[in-house]
Design a binder for this molecule. Structure first.
Ligand code: SF4
Ligand code: MG
Length: 338
């Protein structure tokens, strides 16, 4: 398939300051810790995991809104990780991000028109052309162009998120990271915003990385789904394949928490309840980092860090779990926590 985005070995580590006068670095939060991921042109890839698993940081690192510590991000043939500041500005036209909280992401003092005009200015559009373009963008997201004089407090949550989407579209991007774009909206409004995002994808040929904290949130919008746990992608599959046959115990647990409309299917599906808490991302467990909560853990799990490997019949379904064959990197003596 044709990949628009290719992520290899991506790491984003944040140093943690120690106590004491010298405040020496006491380690690092390994928010993203060795991620491989592809996003295909024109698809929506759902990226799912519990809060703190690194999914937002991954989305931001792909756009260089946070700096990767290691690894490569290649967008449409361009190595994003190698770009200098000038080329980064050019990149920012082709990629964009929609944030979870439309209340926090809009400046309350600026009008809708100013909010949408700002990225146009950054992208170098001449002042005389900006007003017309703001009107077009507002129409594109289903808002009345006359609303350019309104302030965020005069808008509903859904309308604010439409402004956020208009801002994201300003540079005519082909790739957008949607970070829980409807999670803070009323349920009745969520479908409207999701429909808008789908229509825009169709009309503008957009590719989405759609971040969410549970599978239900991405079920109706994703072509494929990637599951993330403690800084790693642990499974990637076509949405239907993941729903029918999740291969990683963590994906199974997430899926078993999603209510299904048919009670017969509900009974057939074993409810998996995870024990314990997510370990600290400063010291992930050795070997498989899910092993401290995994109901299926066995001998190799603390000893070998499982690699993503094919689990279906050539469908591109991959998972990082020894239940599907012990493949991965042996733990170095003394490495890893837990
Ligand atoms: Fe569970 Fe082991 Fe698979 Fe990790 S590798 S998910 S601990 S069975
Ligand atoms: Mg987040």
């Amino acid at each position: 398939a044709d990949e628009l985005l290719r992520v290899r070995g991506l790491e984003v580590h944040f140093p943690v300051r120690g106590r004491g006068v010298l405040r020496r670095p006491a380690g690092a939060v390994r928010a993203v810790d060795g991620v491989d991921l592809d996003v295909r042109r024109g698809e929506t890839l759902g990226l799912v995991g519990e809060s703190g698993c690194g999914k937002s940081t991954l989305g931001q690192a792909v756009l260089r809104l946070v700096e990767p510590t290691a690894g490569r991000v290649v967008l449409d043939g361009t190595d994003v990780t190698a770009l200098g500041q000038r080329d980064l500005r050019a990149l920012r036209r082709r990629v964009a991000m929609v944030f979870q909280d439309p209340y926090a992401s809009l400046d309350p003092r600026r009008t809708v028109g100013q909010a949408v005009s700002e990225p146009l200015e950054v992208h170098g559009l001449h002042r005389a052309d900006r007003r017309g373009r703001v009107g077009e963008l507002l129409e594109l997201v289903g808002l009345d162009p006359d609303w350019r004089e309104r302030h965020p407090h005069e808008l509903s949550g859904g309308q604010r998120q439409r402004v956020g989407i208009a801002r994201a579209l300003a540079g005519e991007p082909d790739f957008i990271v949607l970070d829980e774009p409807v999670a803070s909206l009323d349920v009745s409004i969520q479908a409207q915003v999701l429909n808008l995002l789908r229509r825009l994808q169709r009309e503008l040929g957009l590719t989405y990385l759609f971040i969410a904290h549970d599978l239900a949130a991405v079920a109706h919008v994703s072509d494929r789904v990637a599951v993330m746990y403690l800084g790693r992608v642990v499974e990637v599959a076509a949405r239907a394949d993941l729903e029918a046959e999740p291969a990683h115990p963590y994906a199974r647990a997430l899926l078993s928490a999603v209510p299904v409309p048919d009670p017969r299917r509900e009974r057939a599906r074993r409810r998996v309840v995870l024990r314990g808490d997510v370990p600290s991302p400063t010291a992930p467990p050795s070997g498989c980092r899910f092993r401290t909560r995994c109901p299926d853990a066995f001998e190799p799990c603390p000893l070998v860090d499982p690699a993503l490997q094919g689990v279906g019949a050539g469908t591109g379904h991959v998972a990082a779990c020894h239940l599907h064959g012990v493949v991965g990197r042996p733990v170095e003596p003394g490495a890893g926590g837990g």
